[in-house]
Write a protein that binds this ligand. Structure first.
Ligand code: ZN
Length: 304
């Protein structure tokens, strides 16, 4: 496993902040992205182009992207769930469009107002729209490890949704543990199922640490050959449908563990820890990540 490289996608500006009650200013979001880039992160889920009435924290999507103009050293992802959102994301200068389809029909209806089938149909058109504009496109399968409404989501169901999502030939497909209920054996089974489908789409995983399995799932995903992992500085971010959700896996915890395993991320963990402390000040609460509290190991040698 040593010598491999895993790409980290920083999702704190979107998934991390979207459920924070306290408004975070555009300037603070831009500083968050700036800190992520300074740490070496090269791919950021910057914002979402959804109804601002439903997700008020993302109402400044255009302003965030305007503030990132000229940052050609990184790729910025915009989440969009319909054609209008994709148009907005393209106009705003996003490099990549990410779409979400939820593996459980009930959750998809709560999240997107339509069933999984309708979302899959919409996805084909959205993938074409993004590609026609020269954008990368990726799809995330939500609730791939369990649903707050339907309970267990069978692997056969997740893989069926994935197979149909792959028909639109995305650049990447992601499995999301939206409510943080997944365990490593599921990661292994689902990723091997995806790999068996062949194709050229990169594989990404999106884990939440709600029930303490986040980094165990990362280890399983790495072992199963994942290409990229979503993570959030400080481990901020919860799902509105997951009570007491403790957020995404923390970027600094993930990077620290991977680097200590000999897997390269190209990211400076100390800069991430500093960013997590800064975010703690902004949000006025301690983020759930572990390394920002416990400290990096081994510690930096004392100056002579
Ligand atoms: Zn999430």
């Amino acid at each position: 496993m040593s010598g491999r490289r895993i790409e980290i996608v920083e999702v704190s500006p979107r998934d991390g902040l979207q459920n924070e009650k306290q408004p975070v200013s555009t300037a603070q979001k831009l500083e968050l992205v700036g800190r992520a880039l300074a740490a070496g992160i090269r791919r950021v889920e910057a914002t979402s182009f959804v109804n601002p009435k439903r997700v008020p924290q993302m109402a400044d999507a255009d302003a965030v992207m305007a503030g990132l103009k000229g940052r050609d050293d990184a790729a910025f992802i915009g989440l969009a769930l319909n054609a209008k959102g994709v148009d907005r994301a393209i106009a705003a200068g996003c490099d990549e469009i990410n779409f979400v389809v939820v593996a459980s029909d009930t959750f998809n209806r709560k999240n997107q107002g339509v069933g999984t089938e309708e979302s899959l149909a919409a996805w084909s058109a959205i993938a074409r729209q993004a590609k026609a504009a020269g954008k990368r496109c990726s799809i995330t399968i939500g609730a791939a490890f369990g649903c707050p409404f339907e309970g267990e989501v069978p692997a056969t169901r997740v893989l069926d949704v994935a197979e149909r999502a792959l028909a639109a030939e995305p650049d990447e497909i992601a499995l999301a543990d939206t409510i943080g209920c997944g365990v490593p054996s599921q990661v292994t089974a689902l990723l091997s199922g995806l790999k068996a489908m062949g194709g050229t789409a990169a594989l990404r995983c999106h884990f939440h640490d709600t029930r303490g399995t986040g980094l165990a799932n990362v280890a399983a995903a790495v072992e199963a050959g994942v290409d990229a992992l979503d993570a959030s500085i400080g481990g901020v971010g919860g799902c509105p449908f997951a009570p007491a959700a403790t957020g995404n896996i923390a970027t600094e915890d993930t990077v620290w563990m991977l680097e200590r395993m000999g897997i390269s991320t190209g990211i400076d963990v100390d800069a991430l820890v500093a960013a997590a402390h800064w975010l703690e000040e902004v949000l006025g609460k301690r983020p759930p990540g572990a390394i920002s509290r416990a400290g990096v190991f081994p510690p930096a040698p004392l100056a002579a």
